[in-house]
Design a protein around this ligand. Structure first.
Ligand SMILES: *Cc1c(COP(=O)(O)O)cnc(C)c1O
Length: 458
């Protein structure tokens, strides 16, 4: 049943069903969005928040269209999920075909080829040249939970280590693994035990070389936990919610070497940074890091819910049969979409698009940084770029975080049809996670709005 898929994929250039431009035709949020917001507030838990309460009716490429007809340039991509573009044609065709064939059987009852194919593609594309196996689940947090389960079973050890500024999810175990209590864990305890927070590498604020930062982290692991009790060290190669911190060179491979020497499973949480987000398939590759296990989620299936733990076969086989799985894990439609995502990345050389996006963004952001001294640092890789804002005049001396400016810029941009996301432990990071479909023209347009936003801060 691949015929329609092949038709869709042979189109030479992407065909967009929504013009790739921003357009604001009402106040933001518009009247229809306000009506929906009123309905929502009666029936949707207020524990679920929305960064920008405009209700989206259509999305295509790099553009969101709301119910009032406003068009936004999307520099969030659903937090790095629609990496290859909204409603990407190959994903749409593959999912539509699969819906006709089989929607669900449960792989642990009667299996199907699509699950196996996704595992093959993951084995091929994740870092490390060794025999690999995978388990497919529904969400990033579930991938983290399974990675920890597998590492504990494999090592027979209890403790889990994470890094400062980490974000790993909202389930019971993962909220204990996050750095920030507020809003993720406050009041939701008791939290899972045996989770330890070790120092990270945050070059802008700690000024440490990779070797020195790794020595500090290892010192903590040895003193506070003891290697013989440590099952796994879970690390985002580029921290996402924490603020797109790019670790100093050598930090990650040094930690991997220490883990290998001490029988600790080192797990790359590539949920935000993986799947072609950074100009490589997995961000670990930028740092010469070959993790024991790799977690994929967000961008893997073009917007459908799918996540995976992939890694060394001998570790992945530690679980007893029946120990891993779940009702919806590796759903056939999500798997068909994921296969289309891998094919699209290769066919359209989307890794090169990530590098193009980085070059365009960096050049534009450097021009802004020359004029606005509250831009403390520009950092990131590929289509995962951020600026960290500091208080005026304090610059390199105190680096006092400037969350107010980020909030004001995000609000200004939304009014002008550009969706920016904030991030950062101190809320002072503006992050850009566009889809790889974003053109240079759209990036330049977004940067003009960003320039106006900075100017409006006065
Ligand atoms: C989003 C995210 C998660 C959690 O994924 P969910 O699908 O929201 O459960 C875990 N780790 C990182 C790095 C993430 O960005």
């Amino acid at each position: 049943m691949t015929d329609t898929r092949i038709d869709a994929q042979t189109a030479a250039a992407p065909v967009y069903t929504v013009p790739q431009e921003r357009k604001i035709v009402t106040a933001i949020p518009g009247p229809k969005s306000q009506e929906l917001q009123a309905r929502r507030s009666k029936v949707v838990s207020s524990g679920v928040s929305s960064a920008l309460p405009v209700y989206i009716e259509r999305a295509n490429g790099a553009i969101l269209v709301d119910v009032d007809g406003n068009q936004f340039i999307d520099f969030g991509a659903g937090i790095g999920v629609t990496t290859i573009g909204h409603t990407e044609q190959r994903v749409v065709a593959a999912a539509a075909d699969q819906l006709q064939d089989v929607i669900h059987t449960l792989f642990t009852i009667t299996p199907y080829e699509e699950y196996v194919r996704v595992a093959e593609l993951l084995a091929e594309h994740t870092p490390g040249n060794w025999e690999k196996k995978s388990v497919l689940v529904n969400s990033g947090a579930e991938a983290v939970e399974n990675g920890v389960k597998i590492a504990r079973k494999h090592t027979g050890r209890r403790a889990v280590a994470v890094l400062d500024h980490a974000y790993h999810g909202r389930t019971n175990l993962t909220m204990a693994m996050n750095y920030k209590a507020m809003p993720y864990a406050t009041g939701f305890g008791p939290l899972a035990g045996d989770v330890y927070h070790a120092p990270s590498s945050y070059p802008y604020r700690d000024g440490l070389s990779g070797a020195d930062a790794a020595a500090r982290t290892i010192g903590y692991l040895e003193k506070v936990i003891g290697a013989s009790d440590l099952a796994c060290l879970v690390v985002e190669p580029i921290q996402g919610e924490g603020g797109f911190m790019v670790p100093a060179d050598g930090f990650l491979p040094t930690l991997q070497t220490w883990c290998t020497e001490n029988g600790v499973v080192m797990i790359a949480d590539e949920i935000q940074s993986g799947m072609a987000r950074t100009g490589r398939y997995y961000a670990s590759e930028h740092f010469g890091w070959e993790p024991d296990l790799v977690l994929s989620a967000k961008g893997i299936a073009g917007g459908l819910p799918l996540a995976a733990v992939t890694g060394r076969a001998e570790i992945m086989d530690a679980s007893q049969p029946g120990g891993l799985g779940g009702t919806f894990g590796g759903n056939p439609v999500a798997c068909a979409a994921a296969i289309a995502v891998f094919e699209s990345i290769d066919e359209h050389d989307l890794l090169a698009e990530g590098r193009r996006i980085e070059a365009t963004f960096r050049a534009g952001l450097e021009r802004l940084a020359a004029r606005y001294d509250i831009i403390g640092e520009i950092r990131g890789k590929g289509a995962m770029i951020a600026i960290e804002l500091v208080q005026p005049g304090t610059g390199q001396s105190t680096k006092a975080p400037n969350a107010e400016a980020v909030t004001a810029i995000v609000a200004f941009a939304a009014q002008h049809g550009v969706l920016f996301l904030s991030a950062g432990t101190y809320g002072n990071v503006l992050r850009f996670l566009p889809s790889l479909a974003v053109s240079d023209a759209l990036i330049e347009d977004g940067l003009r709005v960003l320039d106006d936003a900075f100017a409006s801060l006065g």
